[in-house]
Write a new protein. Structure first.
Length: 218
């Protein structure tokens, strides 16, 4: 795992930040998940409504608990208090929140954000609807280019997330969990139906990317 003590760490992070900024994203680096949480909170107006997609990274930094503690109106479809039959409605409301929070499957060193999604609500919130999207990404998800990003999703993020979701929600065991990489299956609960590559900042919303100097998510 690349860490701040790794000789290439600073170069990789700095090149990624510069490329993201060239593509008109607001990109920052923080050292830890605690600093990432504070960075998110500093960017939320006191009366803002907040939407979110499914994200292990956001869970790991404790953002949902902190938002609820501070009294923010939170639209997160996978919260413990959201009934399964209400998830779709909550997900739709999240897309009209003031700020949308998400993780990401990969960032490229040439400044692109790459994600694969099952239903589309997570990636939709990054490109249209909210006034601002805040995307939190561990350094483990930085790759050289789009090709490496898609390979990472097929061989790392996809199978591991399929395993996580099966355990959390008792979904069907997908073939990629067994093989360790995508086999382009036709399973009903397939999680890689939609691929989005954000190359430049969308016209209608601002995107903040917080790169964290830790391994976060899958």
């Amino acid at each position: 795992m690349m860490t701040e003590k790794h000789s290439g760490f600073s170069r990789v992070v700095n090149e990624t930040l510069k490329a993201l900024r060239r593509n008109k994203f607001d990109a920052v680096y923080v050292r830890s998940r605690e600093e990432a949480l504070q960075s998110i909170l500093q960017r939320l107006p006191s009366q803002a409504t907040v939407g979110a997609g499914d994200s292990l990274t956001l869970k790991q930094i404790g953002v949902f608990e902190e938002l609820e503690r501070r009294g923010f109106t939170l639209f997160w479809p996978f919260g413990e208090n959201v009934a399964k039959e209400e998830r779709r409605n909550v997900a739709r409301r999240a897309l009209l929140a003031d700020v949308f929070l998400s993780g990401s499957n990969a960032l490229t060193m040439d400044g692109k954000i790459v994600n694969v999604d099952a239903s589309g609500n997570r990636v939709a919130g990054m490109i249209f609807g909210p006034k601002k999207a805040i995307i939190v990404v561990g350094v483990n998800k930085i790759v050289k280019n789009t090709e490496e990003a898609l390979e990472r999703i097929r061989k790392v993020a996809g199978p591991l997330n399929a395993k996580r979701i099966k355990e959390e929600r008792n979904w069907e065991l997908l073939p990629c969990v067994k093989t360790g990489e995508c086999v382009d299956c036709n399973a009903e609960n397939r999680i890689c139906n939609i691929t989005i590559i954000i190359e430049k900042k969308p016209r209608t919303l601002d995107i903040v990317i917080i790169i964290v100097g830790e391994k976060l998510g899958l």
